[in-house]
Design a protein around this ligand. Structure first.
Ligand code: S5P
Length: 465
């Protein structure tokens, strides 16, 4: 190993930026090591060494501007930028949303390539958010350079979106240097190795175990319905007249565990619609889900949900909710309600060019995790199986992922809808698929619903064996 790397490892250990022992993580898990590089800025000799290591690492890479992810990596990138005579740009941390202020500081031209430096890589999530900010501003991103790679499979994760990762030191480098110097005993070194070799995101447990560990009654109700009905198919019944609505629902009823409505589409909605729908739901044992996509302030959505012509709360046990207006929307919808109701949060959308960002998705999931009593899961989508898996990994196991934009026979609808296959949706980690026109527009919706149910349930069963 290069002297510079060895010196860096020893120095980081000396200043307490690298520690070994037992450390409690935010997630509750215990880690045998701890890395916190925030204090390195106070050690000019260390910075000098890092800058020269970074400089060497960048030598074969092509880029026009350089950045460091705030806060720790920004001063490093600033030094490197001077050394290699390449402009620095940086993304403001405090600007929460695009459009509300200048997101990137510094001068650059659209289409230029930005290389991103960071101190650590663990899950890769913050790298995606950083890349997204740069790309949103018109820069291209290819390369990430991290000082320490402590990830399970960081390179692979970044490669799912076409990025390349290189790192200065790995956990194995640290073990070998500190071990040789007598600063890390063999037993602890082994624990560190094992810890790093375990994926940060636990793979999805078997569905049966997830059901057992689910405490929210409204989420449990959906899971039980899936098992009872042996179906993970949600029918999206977007038709405009009640006659077709009930004809299709009668035919598809035996195959689905839930029907998803857009009640405001119906031209001839009247007082008999809800009683008929409820009777059919009871007869065929399916749940009613209104895809209202509430998005307004708490006080308004409360009225939209409970009042007006449709009185949605009276008959739809589940509804979809956008989080754009913030967490209070959940209090507006579900607070002070005497009947049990629950929501699915739109975390990602299937529509081409939709404006949902990685950061937004993460924030939606954060709210959903806090509010399991009224959030049964998420609506989500993905570019491919790996992309869906990465997203699914962030969803708690006791919440559900429903996936629309699924079609066995076509890739799109000419209006921006993007379809995945049933297999890819389930393989990626969807618990249930939402299918509309794949069933509704066919000549025999009953037979088609059966086809989708079998494909989805079989794939789900094999995944949960
Ligand atoms: O991202 C989304 C979220 C939803 S809820 N993409 C979607 O397509 N949906 C809904 O799923 C959409 O409103 C429609 O009701 C259904 C998809 O219908 P299909 O005919 O394209 O299968």
């Amino acid at each position: 190993m290069e002297t510079g790397k060895k010196t860096l490892i020893l120095d980081l250990h000396k200043i307490g930026a690298l520690k070994f022992g037992e450390f409690k993580l935010k997630s509750g898990a215990t880690s045998p090591f701890y890395i916190d590089l925030r204090s390195i800025i106070s050690y000019p000799a260390i910075i000098k060494n890092i800058v020269s290591l970074l400089k060497a690492e960048l030598a074969d890479k092509k880029f026009d501007v350089i950045t460091g992810i705030p806060y720790t990596a920004l001063p490093l990138a600033a030094q490197v930028s001077v050394e290699i005579d390449t402009p620095l740009v940086y993304q403001r941390k405090e600007v929460k949303a695009y459009g509300t202020g200048k997101l990137i500081e510094g001068h650059f031209k659209e289409g230029q390539t930005c290389l991103i430096i960071d101190d650590l890589i663990t899950t890769g999530e913050s790298k995606f958010e950083a890349a997204e900010g740069m790309e949103h501003a018109g820069l291209k991103v290819h390369d990430f350079v991290c000082l320490i790679d402590r990830s399970f499979n960081g390179e692979e994760i970044l490669a799912t979106k076409g990025y390349k990762l290189s790192s200065i030191i790995t956990v194995e480098d640290m073990i070998s240097v500190l071990g040789a110097e007598g600063k890390l005993d063999v037993e602890l070194a082994q624990k560190v190795r094992e810890f790093v070799a375990t994926p940060v995101d636990k793979p999805l447990k078997k569905f049966a175990d997830r059901v057992e560990s689910t405490t929210s009654p409204m989420t449990r109700k959906l899971m039980d319905a899936m098992l009872r009905k042996q179906s993970n198919l949600v029918l999206s019944l977007d038709v405009e007249d009640t006659a077709s609505f009930f004809e299709i629902l009668e035919a598809a009823g035996p195959e689905i565990f839930m029907v998803k409505t857009h009640v405001d589409i119906m031209k001839d909605f009247n007082g008999s619609f809800v009683p008929r729908l409820k009777a059919l739901a009871e007869r065929h044992d399916f749940i009613i889900f209104e895809d209202r996509k509430f998005a307004d302030i708490g006080s308004t959505v409360r009225k939209q949900f409970r009042s007006g012509v449709y009185k949605i709360a009276d008959w739809a046990e589940y509804v979809t909710v956008h989080m754009i207006a913030g967490e209070a929307i959940l209090d507006g919808l579900f607070g002070d309600l005497e009947i049990p109701r629950s929501g699915f949060l739109l975390a990602r959308m299937s529509a081409k060019g939709n404006l949902i960002s990685e950061t937004y998705t993460r924030q939606v999931l954060e709210v959903g995790k806090r509010r399991k009593e009224c959030v049964s899961g998420y609506i989500g989508h993905g570019a491919n199986v790996d992309d869906i898996k990465r997203f699914r990994n962030k969803i708690p196991q006791d919440q559900l992922l429903l996936m629309p934009g699924v079609n066995l026979d076509t890739k799109g609808d000419g209006l921006g809808q993007q379809y995945l296959t049933v297999e890819d949706a389930i393989e990626g980690g969807a618990d249930a698929i939402i299918v509309g026109r794949g069933i509704v527009a066919s000549a025999d919706p009953g037979a088609e619903a059966k086809r989708y149910r079998e494909a989805a349930w079989n794939a789900f069963q094999s995944k949960n064996k």
